[in-house]
Design a binder for this molecule. Structure first.
Ligand SMILES: [Zn+2]
Ligand SMILES: [Zn+2]
Length: 287
């Protein structure tokens, strides 16, 4: 078991500059990391200074991270399915800016939430609108991969079923530049019962059958405050929510996930080091 390649970490702070994120990850024993490429609550930010980019590259190298370990998270404002043309245009331009930053940082994956038409379009039309928005983002940027995150299905948000993510991938012009991330809290809240190995296996099998294992590039590991199928997007520390330890043990023992960054977005940042150590132990790895 000890020769497995398991990357586990957290969505760390980039306050004071993105170049601070790698050290923040290293400090908690992370072998994977996420970060915001810019202020996630605003539509626009100043371009990076070249010194910031160089400092980021240097910090990544110093702490032993590469593009295989890191996946930035896009702004929560982004909604490519929005029925409001102004919001949709800002979403396309904002996501393109963030994907450009991801590439500048030497990374490839940028994950985002598919979005919602707020019930103004039917499901298929919404999925097509999101795919069209992704096409517009991808044509603005050289390089980079947009990573669709499954959602808890709150409101009428798309992506609660893995099959919806598969449809979006089918509709985009360049599916090679699209991938998928599974968030365990969202999956559970959306109705996937991953409290044990059989339940986890069913979710991965559905992922293999719809999008393919290669397209699953990363995971968000979060326990869930909400109950099964509650559609509540509320994260809890590992083992303390409705999913529980057995569920996370099944995930960490699943060698099909080896080499895919697993990122905590749990609420208590002071406990990340402890949670990372626990997850590594479950996977049978020390580093
Ligand atoms: Zn997310
Ligand atoms: Zn997530």
């Amino acid at each position: 078991m000890t020769n497995r390649t398991v990357y586990v970490g957290a969505h760390v702070s980039a306050s004071g500059g993105v170049n601070n994120a790698p050290a923040n990850a290293a400090e908690i024993g992370a072998t994977a990391l996420s970060l915001f490429t810019r202020n996630q609550r605003r539509w626009t930010s100043k371009p990076y200074e070249s010194e910031t980019i160089e400092a980021f590259h240097a910090a990544m190298k110093e702490h032993g991270y590469t593009a295989d370990h890191a996946m930035p998270h896009a702004s929560y404002l982004v909604n490519l399915g929005s029925p409001d043309e102004e919001v949709r245009r800002k979403s396309i331009d904002g996501l393109a800016d963030e994907l450009g930053r991801t590439v500048q940082l030497g990374l490839r994956w940028l994950n985002f939430h598919p979005g919602t038409s707020k019930g103004e379009l039917d499901e298929d039309a919404t999925l097509r609108r999101i795919a069209d928005g992704m096409d517009r983002v991808l044509e603005q940027v050289d390089g980079g991969v947009l990573v669709l995150e499954n959602t808890a299905g709150q409101g009428s948000s798309m992506g609660a079923r893995i099959g919806q993510l598969a449809s979006i991938i089918e509709y985009v012009a360049d599916p090679d530049r699209v991938a998928v991330c599974i968030d365990t809290c969202h999956a559970f809240a959306a109705g996937y019962d991953i409290r044990d190995a059989a339940g986890w296996d069913a979710l991965i099998q559905e992922t293999i059958d719809t999008v393919g294992l290669d397209k699953l590039v990363a995971l968000h590991l979060n326990d869930s405050t909400g109950t099964l199928g509650s559609n509540k997007d509320r994260h809890k520390p590992i083992g303390e929510g409705e999913i529980g330890m057995d569920g996370f043990r099944a995930i960490m023992e699943d060698t099909r996930l080896d080499g895919k960054p697993m990122i905590l977005e749990t609420p208590d940042t002071d406990r990340w080091a402890e949670e990372i150590a626990l997850l590594k132990k479950m996977a049978g790895v020390t580093a």
